[in-house]
Design a protein around this ligand. Structure first.
Ligand SMILES: Nc1nc2c(ncn2[C@@H]2O[C@H](COP(=O)(O)OP(=O)(O)OP(=O)(O)O)[C@@H](O)[C@H]2O)c(=O)[nH]1
Ligand SMILES: [Mg+2]
Length: 283
C-alpha cells in the first residue's frame, strides 16, 4: 500500500514542535485507542526527549473495551503515565486534568516551595485526527480550537490558556515520510489519519474488510447482512449489491461503496473495534 502524504505543513509542524518542546513542561501524547501502536510517530521520541509525557488513549467509546483494558494493563506494567478517555464527552475533563496534574506534581511542588506562580505548559501531539484539539476543548469547557472529522484540521500552533493555570499548545497532526509496515499504514487510513484523497479507497476498504473479518468476524455480516466470506473482494461485492452501490450494467460503484464502508467504521457502526495489541516492548 503506497501512501505519499507528508505535506510541507507537517515538516514545518515537526520543526515547530522541536522548538516548542524547549519551553513546555510536559507533553500530552494522544493515541487513538483503536490503533494505539500505529499512532506512535517514530519522530516523536527525539522531540519529546526527557520531558515528562502522558499518553492519552482517546476515542475509547469507539474501541474494543477488552483490548483497551489490555492496553491499560500493559502501560501500567511498563510504568507509563497514561489516561483513557473519550474527549467528546465533557465529563472526561476531570480525568485529563488529573493526569496532567499528576505528571507535573514535582514541578508544581518546586514552584510552590519557591513561591513562584507560573503556568504549567503542555504540548499536545499526535497523528492527524486523533482528537488533540477536541481534548483541548474538553479541558477548556468550550469550543476554543477548531476540530473536524478529517485529518489536517489544525494547521499551525495555537496556545490555549485555561483558568486553572494550564497552558496548552495545540499542534497540527503529523505523520512520517515513509511507511514500511502495511498494517500500520492501513490502520492509519482506517482511523482517518491519512487524507482519503491520497490513497486508493477501494484498496483501503478491502484491507479493512480483511482485517475485520479476521478480528471481528461478525461485524460485517451483522451490519450488511452478508454471508461471511474468505475473500475481501467477494465480501465487498456482496456489500455493494446489498446497498445498491451499482453503476449502469450492474458494475460495482467501488468508490461509493468503499467510502460507505469506511464511514460506517469511523462512526462506530461496525462495532467497537481495536486493531492493535501492545508490542512485547514499549517503543
Ligand atoms: N467518537 C469520538 N470522536 C472523537 C473523540 N475525540 C475526538 N473525536 C472526533 O474526532 C475528530 C477529530 O478530532 P480533532 O480534535 O479535530 O483531531 P486532531 O487530532 O486535532 O486533528 P488534526 O488537527 O487534523 O491533526 C472530530 O470529528 C472529533 O469530534 C472521541 O473520544 N470519540
Ligand atoms: Mg487539531
Amino acid at each position: 500500500m503506497n501512501i505519499q502524504w507528508f505535506p510541507g505543513h507537517m515538516t514545518k509542524a515537526l520543526r515547530m514542535m522541536e522548538e516548542s518542546v524547549k519551553i513546555v513542561d510536559a507533553v500530552g501524547y494522544v493515541l487513538d485507542a483503536r490503533a494505539p501502536l500505529s499512532c506512535f510517530n517514530p519522530r516523536f521520541r527525539s522531540i519529546i526527549g526527557n520531558k515528562p509525557c502522558v499518553f492519552i488513549l482517546n476515542k475509547c467509546d469507539l474501541a474494543d473495551p477488552v483490548k483497551t483494558d489490555i492496553w491499560c494493563k500493559y502501560l501500567k506494567e511498563n510504568c507509563v503515565n497514561f489516561v483513557k478517555i473519550t474527549a467528546t464527552a465533557s465529563a472526561e475533563a476531570g480525568k485529563i486534568a488529573c493526569a496532567f496534574s499528576d505528571i507535573t506534581k514535582e514541578l508544581r511542588a518546586k514552584y510552590n516551595a519557591k513561591g513562584i506562580f507560573k503556568p504549567i505548559r503542555f504540548m499536545i501531539i499526535g497523528v492527524p485526527n486523533c482528537g488533540k484539539s477536541t481534548i483541548i476543548n474538553c479541558l477548556s469547557g468550550k469550543k476554543t480550537v477548531i476540530t473536524g472529522d478529517r485529518p489536517g484540521v489544525t494547521k499551525g500552533k495555537q496556545w490555549v490558556r485555561l483558568q486553572t493555570g494550564l497552558e496548552l499548545l495545540d499542534t497540527p497532526g503529523t505523520l512520517w515520510p515513509k511507511f514500511d509496515d502495511e498494517l500500520i499504514a492501513s490502520r492509519l487510513c482506517f482511523i482517518g489519519s491519512v487524507k482519503d484523497d491520497v490513497v486508493d479507497l477501494y484498496e483501503v476498504s478491502l484491507l479493512l474488510i480483511q482485517q475485520l473479518s479476521e478480528l471481528y468476524p461478525k461485524s460485517l455480516s451483522e451490519r450488511y447482512n452478508i454471508e461471511l466470506s474468505e475473500s475481501p473482494v467477494e465480501a465487498f461485492a456482496q456489500i455493494a449489491h446489498k446497498r445498491g452501490f451499482l453503476l449502469r450494467g450492474s458494475e460495482l460503484d467501488q468508490e461509493r461503496c468503499a467510502k460507505a464502508i469506511l464511514d460506517d467504521f469511523r462512526k462506530g457502526k461496525l462495532g467497537k473495534v481495536t486493531f492493535d495489541l501492545p508490542p512485547s516492548k514499549i517503543q
